[in-house]
Design a protein around this ligand. Structure first.
Ligand SMILES: *[C@@H]1O[C@H](CO)[C@@H](O)[C@H](O)[C@H]1NC(C)=O
Ligand SMILES: *[C@@H]1O[C@H](CO)[C@@H](O)[C@H](O)[C@H]1NC(C)=O
Ligand SMILES: *[C@@H]1O[C@H](CO)[C@@H](O)[C@H](O)[C@H]1NC(C)=O
Ligand SMILES: *[C@@H]1O[C@H](CO)[C@@H](O)[C@H](O)[C@H]1NC(C)=O
Ligand SMILES: *[C@@H]1O[C@H](CO)[C@@H](O)[C@H](O)[C@H]1NC(C)=O
Ligand SMILES: *[C@@H]1O[C@H](CO)[C@@H](O)[C@H](O)[C@H]1NC(C)=O
Ligand SMILES: *[C@@H]1O[C@H](CO)[C@@H](O)[C@H](O)[C@H]1NC(C)=O
Ligand SMILES: *[C@@H]1O[C@H](CO)[C@@H](O)[C@H](O)[C@H]1NC(C)=O
Ligand SMILES: *[C@@H]1O[C@H](CO)[C@@H](O)[C@H](O)[C@H]1NC(C)=O
Length: 891
């Protein structure tokens, strides 16, 4: 089955607590003016206030240069440069933190620094992967390349690679940390294509208007557009994209209010995939009966968002959670007001990025560290090929080493030949960190000291070839040929071969041969024979027997799969019944039971999954199953549990979902799972996330979907306590071809069921709002929805009764011990009660609910921030320490 992945948009309004510790200065920037001398030189560029330093501490190779004076017209970092006449690949090395995300920018201005007046052409790499070719259009013109890249390791290598005769060079290299929750891709990194805002005139905006030093250019407004702006500050704090204030305070609207607003964006490459980020804020004061609502359409036919209202003076970001593409590399975005809107559409800023695929995996981080240390301890920094990743890409593998290239793991080093490298000193323990090493050749060097015992612990090591016995000739002829016991054991068991050479590097250092040859000669004769045997056998096994991991069974989820047609991504999610058996290990572990059947734990391609088997007695028809699989596989949102596969094999119908490690919210509320009490902050976060998922079903999906079974057992929590809504669409009616399928029996869960729907049998998204209101009440009160022993049976009647008693504290879960923001608590109680209004017309929309909940989260965060500042000591209490484990991505 093929699925069409449309133009989906994700709404981001979530308040991010991490932002409170956001750096406002450039302490975390790395700004290198390449070729700046001396090494410790630094200066402040006047036009940007950015402090540049020399690049000397980040690179061992290259020559410094200066452009000709007549070209010194741009910023000072372009006046000097570093060039690389030697070697094919030369790299800058940064020690950073894995998983952090950086905006990396390189600039290049040739300026006839070498007097040849010939513009060079070369490539730029990130680690083992090509980033871009560097193309310069004139001697005095600068080219700037920018990429957003998430580090996979604690180090980053930016390399310049020769592609022809000309010499690579670089003028400046700048790194800016970004919040790693922003600019998230399914795979790869993002090359900046353009970043626009809608001021009527230049200049562009950069640091320090933008704390991340992103450059924002004014969009060339066409006839149909006008720029508007406000003097009122826009709230940009609640949004983790950190849109600069100057960008947020301006926007574009259509000149003729009844016409749509259209933006044309184009990629520099037709076949490339893209990510688009749009930032919106209402920047006009709307009257009580006014609103601005519009739809967002991509390339005329794909609706990204059906009804969107920019929040008042608050930045909201919409983005494509999956890569999108178009046949000709052009993207048209149309914003059209909806029938009920009183104002034309508006947009404040837009960013478009091209996906940079990173097909080459980096070599195992520990092995790279070991190689870097070996390089340093034997002073091999100037070794021309020893630059960048040791193993990857194969074409640039370091001289003297070989690697295995397993399909699904990072590669490791299997042989290292350091013969005749003038190595001196002892044998460094760093060799022991090359855990996959099979052969090590240290022959013909000047090593001294002992034969280390750690060789015995290197399980893969089969051969230490021509190992020169350690000798110290300058002092006493004190050579220690003692073989440590553990190593001796491996030698006698033939699991390791050690070949000791007697040939010293220099004639003058020759040792009387008798000193070593006599006692060991017999043994070595044998060992040499073994060595030959090993060498031969090894060679063979490399070519024939190197077993890759078992190939992935066809039909399982392969998230990397991309079809060649750029606008259509096919993912065959279908699996067979035997695969389901295998996945669940014959239904070994039950996760839960529901109305439709049993849910089992499973493993699919190293990821955990939940497999829901539909029981035969399930009322669900085959046709509906099919329709739902198709629908669900299109709906992707970070707060909706994702369908990763399905099985349609004879009588066996199964739906396979991503696994949510922390089970459902109900278990956590009821304390069934043990563990800590969910803090108020956790609860608000979970509520806002679930609300966002539901809001997406209502407004982001085309056709809109009604969940029909919103309840705490359908809100699942992942390992970081991120909330996702589950069970949407399954066995639910939803409008197909404009008609509602109203099932004969009203579906839903008692207690959560909208009484109006129950009465009239007419379904709308407001029924979900009702159920969500009940969920909110549960989150606030931690009371059962229905309790016959309580003064009032139903939670909402009980809540009203408690409120009439006057004190909100009567209502709120006593387990919180009063640790919550009362203003926020009032707000959310009011919101919950509005949601459960008996009349569906009076209930708010989910979009409104999301906005209100975000405010509650903000209030709570502000309160916590405040109380932490006031007393660091008091924050060491139970609820806070448990919070740190719940806050997603807390650092
Ligand atoms: C810059 O920000 C960092 C962390 O955000 C802080 O530790 C440092 O003191 C700040 N430096 C200046 C000069 O404000
Ligand atoms: C974000 O970066 C931090 C380190 O700064 C890391 O611990 C965390 O796992 C990262 N989050 C993601 C989603 O990669
Ligand atoms: C160099 O840059 C200037 C200013 O941006 C531009 O006008 C000119 O066309 C560029 N030269 C070439 C050869 O592209
Ligand atoms: C605005 O657009 C409407 C609808 O297309 C059109 O009828 C009207 O003439 C336009 N107004 C102006 C001033 O161009
Ligand atoms: C914006 O303000 C108007 C007028 O006060 C109000 O009617 C509307 O609901 C607000 N919109 C949002 C999204 O909060
Ligand atoms: C406009 O608003 C009315 C009343 O709120 C609603 O019934 C109708 O469906 C809305 N129309 C559109 C196109 O959204
Ligand atoms: C190491 O390299 C040298 C010279 O390149 C070669 O003679 C020797 O056989 C190599 N050692 C191994 C173990 O392959
Ligand atoms: C050789 O031995 C002498 C005396 O033990 C010592 O001082 C010297 O540092 C040693 N040289 C090397 C290279 O290990
Ligand atoms: C030689 O090495 C062994 C084992 O490492 C050690 O016990 C012995 O003391 C060393 N001999 C000399 C003379 O250093």
């Amino acid at each position: 089955m093929k699925f069409f992945h449309g133009f989906l948009l994700l709404l981001i309004t979530a308040y991010d607590i991490l932002e409170l510790v956001q750096a406002q200065n450039q302490s975390e920037f790395i700004s290198l003016a390449c070729g700046l001398v001396p090494e410790h030189a630094t200066y402040t560029e006047k036009s940007t206030n950015i402090i540049y330093t020399s690049d000397a501490n980040y690179i061992d190779t290259g020559l410094v240069g200066r452009i000709r004076d007549e070209y010194k017209v741009l910023q000072q970092q372009t006046w000097t440069l570093r060039s690389f006449p030697e070697g094919t690949r030369n790299c800058y090395n940064f020690n950073l933190i894995a998983k952090r995300k950086y905006l990396i920018s390189g600039s290049f201005l040739y300026g006839n620094y070498d007097g040849r007046n010939k513009i060079p052409i070369f490539d730029l790499h990130i680690g083992p992967n090509k980033w871009t070719s560097v193309i310069l259009d004139a001697v005095g013109n600068a080219s700037v390349y920018e990429v957003i890249h998430a580090l996979t390791q604690d180090r980053l290598q930016v390399c310049l690679v020769k592609t022809g005769e000309t010499t690579p060079f670089i003028s400046s290299l700048e790194l800016r940390p970004l919040d790693n929750e922003t600019y998230v891709t399914e795979s790869g990194s993002l090359i900046t294509v353009s970043r626009f805002f809608f001021a009527p005139t230049p200049p562009m905006i950069r640091y320090d208007e933008d704390i991340h030093d992103r450059g924002w250019n004014p969009y060339l407004l066409d006839e149909q557009m006008v720029s508007i702006s406000t003097d009122i500050l826009v709230d940009t704090e609640d949004n983790f994209y950190d849109v600069p204030q100057l960008v947020a305070m301006t926007a574009a609207v259509p000149r003729n209010a009844s016409q749509p607003l259209t933006l044309y964006l184009s990629l520099d490459e037709t076949t490339a995939e893209a990510y688009i980020y749009m930032h919106f804020a209402e920047i006009q004061k709307l009257g009580a009966n006014e609103n601005r609502e519009f739809s967002i359409t991509f390339n005329d036919d794909q609706v990204g968002y059906a009804k969107f209202r920019p929040p008042n003076f608050t930045i909201t970001t919409l983005f494509t959670p999956e890569a999108i593409s178009s046949l000709d590399g052009n993207f048209k975005l149309t914003f059209a007001m909806t029938g009920n809107s009183t104002h034309p559409p508006l947009i404040n800023a837009v960013e478009i990025y091209r996906v940079l695929e990173l097909p080459e995996p980096e070599t195992d981080q520990d092995e790279v560290s070991a190689m870097v240390n070996i390089k340093r301890s034997y002073e091999l920094e100037k070794k021309v090929s020893w630059q960048g990743d040791p193993c990857a890409p194969k074409a640039f593998r370091w001289e003297g080493l070989n690697c295995n290239y397993p399909k699904y793991e990072p590669q490791g080093i299997i042989s290292l030949n350091l013969t005749e490298n003038k190595l001196t000193g002892s044998i460094t323990p760093e060799f022991a960190k090359l855990t996959q090493l099979v052969e090590l050749d240290l022959s013909k060097n000047d090593l001294s000291g002992d034969i280390p015992a750690f060789f015995a612990d290197m399980k893969s090591l089969k051969l230490i070839l021509s190992f020169l016995i350690c000798r110290n000739l300058s002092g006493n002829p004190n050579l220690n040929s003692t073989i440590p016991n553990s190593l001796q054991k491996r030698l006698t068991s033939n699991s390791l071969t050690l070949i000791l050479s007697e040939t010293p590097l220099k004639e003058s250092k020759k040792v009387p041969v008798s000193a070593i040859a006599a006692p060991v000669a017999g043994m070595f004769a044998l060992v040499v024979v073994l060595a030959i045997f090993f060498v031969i056998r090894k060679k063979k096994s490399y070519s024939t027997a190197a077993p890759g991991p078992p190939s992935v069974t066809t039909g399982t989820v392969q998230s990397e799969t991309r079809s060649s047609n750029p606008t259509i991504i096919t993912k065959d999610l279908r699996v067979t019944y035997p695969e389901v058996l295998k996945m669940t290990n014959n239904f070994q572990r039950v996760l839960g039971k529901g109305g439709f059947g049993t849910v089992y734990h499973g493993n699919l391609d190293d990821a955990q999954v939940a497999v829901k088997m539909l029981s035969h007695s399930s009322a669900q028809g085959y046709k509906e199953f099919n329709a739902e699989v198709e629908l669900l596989s299109r709906v992707h949102h970070r707060h909706l549990v994702r369908l990763v596969g399905y099985c349609d094999d004879g009588d066996n119908l199964a739906l396979i979902y991503e696994y949510m490690a922390n089970g459902d919210l109900k278990e956590h509320m009821s304390g069934k799972r043990g563990g800590n009490v969910l803090t108020w902050e956790n609860r608000m976060q979970i509520a806002v996330e679930a609300a966002q998922g539901l809001e997406y079903l209502h407004n982001g999906c085309q056709p809109p979907m009604v969940h029909r079974d919103v309840k705490t057992t359908n809100i699942l929590l992942n390992e970081r306590y991120g909330a996702k809504l589950a069970d949407f669409g399954l066995s639910r009616s939803f409008p197909i071809d404009g008609a509602y399928h109203v099932s004969t029996a009203v579906a839903g869960t008692p207690g959560y069921l909208d009484p109006e729907y129950h009465r009239t049998n007419s379904l709308s998204e407001k029924s979900d709002v009702y159920s969500f209101g009940i969920v909110l009440l549960e989150i606030i009160t931690n009371q059962p929805v229905i309790d016959k022993t309580r003064e009032r049976t139903h939670i909402n009647e009980w809540a009203v009764l408690m409120l009439t008693k006057g004190d909100i504290r009567n209502l709120i879960d006593p387990k919180l011990m009063g640790d919550y923001d009362t203003t926020g608590a009032w707000k959310i109680v009011e919101l919950a009660l509005a949601c459960v209004n008996p009349s569906s017309n009076r209930r708010p929309t989910m979009a409104h609910v999301v906005i209100e909940l975000n405010e509650c989260v903000a209030l709570e965060n502000a309160r916590r921030q405040g109380s932490e500042e006031m007393s660091a000591r008091s924050s060491v209490n139970f609820s806070l320490s448990s919070a740190s484990e719940f806050i997603p991505g807390a650092r």
